[in-house]
Structures are given as structure tokens and as C-alpha cells.
Ligand binder design. Structure first.
Ligand SMILES: C[S@@+](CC[C@H](N)C(=O)[O-])C[C@H]1O[C@@H](n2cnc3c(N)ncnc32)[C@H](O)[C@@H]1O
Length: 279
């Protein structure tokens, strides 16, 4: 399976586009800025904010040496690369549906610090691992692509023993926005899906809490970090114009980005970091 936005990145890397490789060659997620008003729009600033997002997720998961960690929807492996640099004796597994992303991850991320590292092609909703195989499962900005959050949570619960931790970052609409998101989807959904594949950003915080209860998790932490991520929109919008996409696609992407930025700046669309404990 492939995604148009990843095709664009992989083509850019293959052409030797260094700015794209620096910005998205390791992680493909929003940045986290302590002081968003001081974001300077440079690629170096975005890359350090994207790495800071890794650190936020690592801290939220409470990772400790020697743990078994699964990163579902691992992209080019940037989050596992960060864990690999910071912690020892880890068993790290990245899962993705897109073989080409896994190939890049395997080429660029090599085990260090007595860690084991492997890359597995699989769908998030049907994971080929034994019950209780992991201590921590991470999903960084990927769950909105999965066919069913319910199916994924059930799989995650199966793979964790009691006390195991699931951490998720996601775009979560406020209850005010949810009906608006659904009608926006009716008009922009096709353009959205053409570029990003299947995406569902209509899942609210109450949906997450109910899902956690139904699937054997306790909802532990909910961090709204929307304000810390806002500079990501202008940065990614600038980079997207470099790719000289067909005019209709470029304009649709730009409108999607602006609509999400507008809703995020008003607290209608939140960027949430959430943790759940298996019970
Ligand atoms: C926005 S990217 C995030 C990548 C990575 N987590 C990161 O932070 O750099 C979304 C990722 O989810 C992956 N993905 C989408 N649907 C998936 C599925 N059903 N199962 C596994 N991975 C999936 C995509 O291939 C892509 O790597």
C-alpha cells in the first residue's frame, strides 16, 4: 500500500532534494515548540521541533531501558531512531503498511546501545505478534489513517500485558467542530483522501475515553499540545509548494492545510497526546 504524500517525499529524496530529506527523511509528524512564537520557519527549526515531539511521546510513555516497544505506523523510523539513541537494551519493532518506508527505515536506522531493531510490514488492525509481546505501543500521528480505531485498540490490548502502555498522538476535534468536520469532509474528503489516503479526523476525546473503557484500557493522560504544534502548518505549506504538483492538487492541499490551521488556532481541532494503561 502507498500514500500519495509519501510518494511525493520519496520522489523528492530520489531527486536529491536535500531540504525535503532533512525535513521529512526521518519523521513525518508535526513539531513541538516550547515557544511557538519564536519558531523561525527554517528547516533546522522544524527538524528540532519534530525531534522534540519524539521526546514528548517517549516521556509520555515513560520508557525505561530493557522494554519491548512497538511503533505502529512507524513511517521512516524516526521515533524508534530517537529511542535507539536515548535508551539501552530495548527491543524495538516498527510496523508499516508501506514496504518502501520500511526499506528506508532499515537503511537509515541501525541498532545501537545494545538495542534490537526490526521492521515488519503489517496492517495496524491485524498485527502479527503473540499476545503480551510488548510493554509499550506507540502510534505517532498515524491512527487517523487506520481503518478502525476500535479494531486497532483491541489489537493493542491483546499485545500488551496488564500495566502495559499505549501512547497515541492524534488530531482530535472539539465536540463543537465534529458536525462541521463531517460536512467539510463531504466537500473536501475526496481531495484529502487522494493525498493522504484514508483519513478520519472526526474522532473526539469522548470517543477515545469510551473506546478505552470498551477495549480494556484506562485513560491515563490527555495533553492538549495544539499551541505547541501550530508553526508546523506554515512550514509544511511552504514545503508543499516546492513540489510543483498539478494546480488542482496543490490548491486543494493548501486549502486543507489552511482549514486545519484555522481550526487549530481556535481550539476547534486539537493536537492531543494521550496515554492509556492496559488493565
Ligand atoms: C503521518 S505518517 C507518521 C509516520 C511516523 N509515525 C512518524 O511520526 O514519523 C503516518 C504513517 O502511518 C502509516 N500507516 C497508514 N495506515 C496504516 C496501517 N493501516 N497500518 C500501519 N501503518 C499505517 C503510513 O504508512 C505512515 O507511515
Amino acid at each position: 500500500m502507498s500514500f500519495r504524500y509519501f510518494d511525493i517525499f520519496l520522489d523528492a529524496f530520489a531527486r536529491g532534494d536535500e531540504e525535503s530529506a532533512e525535513a521529512f527523511g526521518s519523521t513525518v509528524h508535526w513539531g513541538y515548540w516550547d515557544a511557538p512564537d519564536r519558531a523561525d520557519g527554517t528547516t533546522a527549526d522544524f527538524v528540532s521541533a519534530a525531534e522534540r515531539m519524539n521526546v514528548e511521546m517517549i516521556e509520555l510513555a515513560g520508557l525505561a531501558p530493557g522494554q519491548r516497544v512497538l511503533d505502529v505506523g512507524c513511517g521512516f523510523g524516526g521515533t524508534l531512531a530517537s529511542i535507539n539513541r536515548r535508551l539501552r537494551g530495548m527491543n524495538l519493532v516498527g510496523v508499516n503498511v508501506d514496504e518502501r518506508q520500511l526499506e528506508r527505515a532499515a537503511e537509515h536506522v541501525k541498532p545501537a546501545n545494545d538495542n534490537e531493531l526490526s521492521w515488519v510490514r503489517a496492517d495496524a488492525c491485524d498485527l502479527p505478534f503473540d499476545d503480551g509481546s510488548f510493554d509499550v505501543i506507540m502510534v505517532v500521528e498515524a491512527i487517523c489513517h487506520f481503518r478502525s480505531r476500535a479494531r486497532f485498540f483491541a489489537e493493542a490490548r491483546r499485545l500488551l500485558s496488564p500495566g502495559g502502555v499505549l501512547v497515541v498522538s492524534d488530531f482530535v476535534p472539539s465536540s463543537l467542530l465534529t458536525p462541521g468536520m463531517r460536512s467539510w469532509y463531504r466537500t473536501m474528503g475526496l481531495a484529502f483522501e487522494r493525498h493522504y489516503g484514508h483519513v478520519d479526523v472526526t474522532y473526539g476525546i469522548r470517543d477515545y475515553r469510551a473506546l478505552a473503557r470498551r477495549t480494556g484500557f484506562l485513560s491515563r493522560r490527555e495533553h492538549d499540545v495544539t499551541l505547541n504544534t501550530l508553526p508546523s502548518y506554515a512550514f509544511t505549506r511552504r514545503l508543499m509548494w516546492r513540489y510543483q504538483l498539478p494546480a488542482g492538487e496543490a490548491i486543494a492541499n493548501d486549502s486543507i492545510n489552511r482549514a486545519m490551521a484555522w481550526a487549530s488556532a481556535r481550539g476547534l481541532l486539537r493536537y492531543m497526546l494521550m496515554s492509556f494503561e492496559a488493565v
